[in-house]
Design a protein around this ligand. Structure first.
Ligand code: GDP
Length: 439
């Protein structure tokens, strides 16, 4: 359902032909589709509404590029908006103090302990000496789990299975790390299945006592709406510095990232996407926006078209198609623009719908070369009036382009079919776009 967003948007814009810019009326249906898409991706309803209102305001009055469809254009505007909403740029964790202390908080099962192991492994790879502190005093299994992970990534774990005082364990772990000249201590704390007062008191006391330079709140991205409420409760009490989104290898689009950022106004710093110790990445707002929207390819297509396409030229060619005057000069100009947009296979792959179908077909970037050679061997007059191309002219062109008369005939046949198709399309719809660069 989600993958069809672009198709739906284009349908919503069906009646837009001939209009040069986005207006209040023509954008309404599309905005509704985008809102539904965001909610499907687990974005909180209220947040989705705020975002789409903003998108609507931003898109009003914007010129619609001829080389992409309005639906595609709106997807791009939406993605830019989502990216800036999630902070725009990537933010690192702060490691200050000797040792630097990182406190990990979150509900039981959110992926805290797994993340603690991953972060240790990552910091170790960066050349930092790390110690882990096992402060989950309620579940002996949690201590064992951390020990196993510590061993796996080659990092020492400080634990006192008999001690029921989390503050004390954390403090002793830090003292031990200092004695051993370790640079970073990561404190894994206890979580409950749901937020409760005692748990909040305990972790707040740990934070008070050890003054971490970074407090990270770990949250399961699959929990959707609940993720936002939990984040809010933890933030009210702990004033954490950053968020870790886990289980992004699951089938959520990760809309929680947007809601959490908007509601607690704290950056997401890491994403965790699997049980293996290296399945951890820093958070890039732009990539997440693409994921939430599920339309990354469309966005790059719009970007490339914005860069490569000469809008005046596109308009001119459009006019010619509409008047059934499309000729080989125009063909050549379109070829040049397509080539400017980059690798042909990538380009075709970006077109929604077409992409999947064509993915295994080998499209040769050189495929246009003989076509181009043939067209270049025509005189300007011939390019503008393909009807002039009789037998002797065709022979001359074949010779000049290093091809055969059959090749020239084939191209002319294809060209005539294309013109016929354009004519039919004009009759059916009144053509708005160029040579099929939009779906
Ligand atoms: P904690 O109770 O918060 O410490 O959570 P755990 O680290 O024990 O994780 C709970 C469960 O989720 C375990 O079975 C983990 O293997 C699993 N898990 C943690 N992170 C991820 C992740 O990014 N992806 C997947 N698929 N599973 C994860």
């Amino acid at each position: 359902m989600f993958d069809n967003l672009s198709t739906k948007l284009d349908k919503a814009f069906k009646n837009l032909k001939g209009q040069g810019s986005i207006t209040e009326i023509n954008v309404a249906t599309t905005v509704k589709e985008i809102r539904r898409a965001l909610i499907d991706a687990d974005v909180n309803f209220k947040v989705a509404k705020e975002v789409t209102d903003e998108i609507k305001n931003k898109s009003l009055g914007q010129d619609i590029l001829i080389s992409v469809s309005p639906g595609q254009m709106l997807v791009k505007i939406t993605q830019d908006e989502l990216t800036s909403l999630m902070g725009g740029t990537q933010e690192n964790i702060v490691l200050e103090g000797n040792p630097a202390v990182i406190l990990i908080a979150g509900l039981q099962g959110s992926g805290k302990t797994t993340f603690t192991g991953k972060l240790a492994s990552r910091l170790k790879k960066e050349g930092k000496s790390v110690m882990l502190a096992a402060c989950d005093i309620y579940r002996p299994a949690a201590i064992d789990q951390l020990k196993v992970l510590g061993e796996q990534v080659g990092v020492e774990v400080y634990a006192e299975p008999e001690n029921k005082n989390a503050v004390e364990i954390a403090q002793k772990a830090i003292a031990e790390a200092k004695a051993q000249n370790k640079k970073v201590v990561i404190v894994d704390t206890a979580g409950r299945l749901a937020v409760d007062e005692q748990m909040m008191n305990e972790i707040a006391a740990v934070k008070d006592a050890i003054q971490p330079s970074e407090t990270l709140f770990v949250v399961d991205s699959m929990t959707g709406q609940d993720a936002v409420n939990t984040a809010k409760t933890f933030n009210d009490r702990l004033d954490f510095d950053g968020v870790v989104l886990t289980k992004l290898d699951g089938d959520t689009r990760g809309g929680a990232a947007i809601s959490i950022r908007k509601v607690v106004e704290k950056p997401i710093k890491f994403i965790s996407y699997g049980e293996k110790m290296d399945a951890l990445d820093v958070f890039y707002p732009e990539r997440m926006a693409q994921r939430v929207l599920g339309m990354g390819d469309v966005v790059s297509l719009v970007e490339r078209a914005q860069q490569a396409f000469d809008e005046d030229e596109a308009k001119r060619i459009n006019q010619k198609i509409r008047k059934n005057q499309f000729n080989f000069e125009d063909f050549l100009s379109q070829l040049a623009q397509i080539k400017k947009m980059g690798n042909l296979k990538d380009l075709v792959g970006m077109l929604p719908g077409v992409g999947k179908m064509m993915k295994d077909i080998d499209i040769d970037d050189d495929a246009f070369k003989p076509i181009e050679a043939i067209i270049l061997s025509m005189t300007k007059e011939e390019r503008e009036n393909p009807e002039l191309l009789d037998g002797s002219r065709r022979r001359r062109i074949a010779k000049g382009s290093g091809t055969t008369v059959q090749d020239v005939n084939k191209l002319l046949k294809q060209f005539n079919e294309m013109r016929k198709m354009m004519k039919t399309m004009n009759k059916l719809t009144g053509s708005r776009r160029g040579m099929g660069l939009s779906n």
